[in-house]
Design a protein around this ligand. Sequence first.
Ligand code: NAP
Length: 349
Amino acid sequence: MDKNSKIYIAGHRGLVGSAIVKNLEAKGYTNLVYKTHKELDLTSQNKVERFFESEKPEYVILAAAKVGGIVANNTYRADFIYENLQIQNNVIHNAYKSGVEKLLFLGSTCIYPKEAPQPMPEDCLLTSPLEYTNEPYAIAKIAGIKMCEAYNLQYGTNFISVMPTNLYGPNDNFDLEKSHVLPALIKKIHCAKLLNEKKYDEVLKDLNVNSLDEAKAYLKDFGVDENQVEIWGSGNPRREFLYSEDMADACVFLLENRDFTDTFSKDSKEVINTHINIGTGVDISIKELSLLIQKIVGFKGEFTFNTEKPDGTMVKLTDPSKLHSLGWKHKVELEDGIKTMYNWYLSSK
Ligand SMILES: NC(=O)c1ccc[n+]([C@@H]2O[C@H](COP(=O)([O-])OP(=O)(O)OC[C@H]3O[C@@H](n4cnc5c(N)ncnc54)[C@H](OP(=O)(O)O)[C@@H]3O)[C@@H](O)[C@H]2O)c1
């Protein structure tokens, strides 16, 4: 890949896409192409076809997708399967048609079975049933992996699929109704601290509301007041987190240094499970995570654990051995990543 190779980053304003753009720019890549969702709706077959015909990118990173938490995935099941299949079908097929040299498809570890062995290796894909709540999303992502494999085998393309664990970092979604656990905890603990320190103007600014009563009522709905933050479940489930800039670095590393042919054993009769997990292989309990964020934010109150709410899967950890054997390992440890993310959050207010 030359520093002036034309690289199209789909989803460049998202958590992952924005980190990839930053990483590529820092490494001196000058010919980056991107379009906002409004400028190019990737679910439109005609528009995507015209885009590839006119731009002719040499490399593609597919970080655009309809993404959401458990509730959104479970509620908008049709939208999650339809939009994700459309986006990836259009981008992957047109990348093939226009002769793209290499493409990176981003999936997620929710492709693995509900009862997958822990840590989860790539070859546990399609070995037993999926988690019901995000099954449509996972099926779309599995179709993306299979599409990359099939195009590589039939047409000789060089399309690689990566499956990142839970990501966090600057540009994350902090909306309490839609956010993932880590940004939600940062926002809740930060607002509790502001209430505790009677910094009411800052609470109003953070929540973008006009009255303190409104702010307190909103936070109460999420179990937050000046003395405590409620955590759903027992706090015992363990989760893995990767800093978004590390994720971006792994993607650019693979794009620069590895090909599809590096992703499977040459001795195997069938070419399957060519996707690559991207994770740290290290997990932390939700309770330990809350205490870590409390220390970083400087909140003096307490946590309560609402055991009426479900815990979900107790352990969900990736096996990153394949990625390590391909030559990449994570660099940002969780505490450092959360400190950087919290500073970004404060400066964005
Ligand atoms: N975040 C995580 O923890 C995580 C974990 C594992 C895997 N991943 C994967 O990483 C990828 C990127 O995730 P992310 O967290 O960066 O998501 P994100 O922050 O929601 O960004 C997704 C991007 O895709 C764009 N997009 C969505 N629908 C589009 C459409 N129809 N046309 C054009 N653009 C569209 C969005 O633009 P608008 O906002 O304007 O719609 C947004 O910029 C996804 O494939 C996801 O499955 C993420």
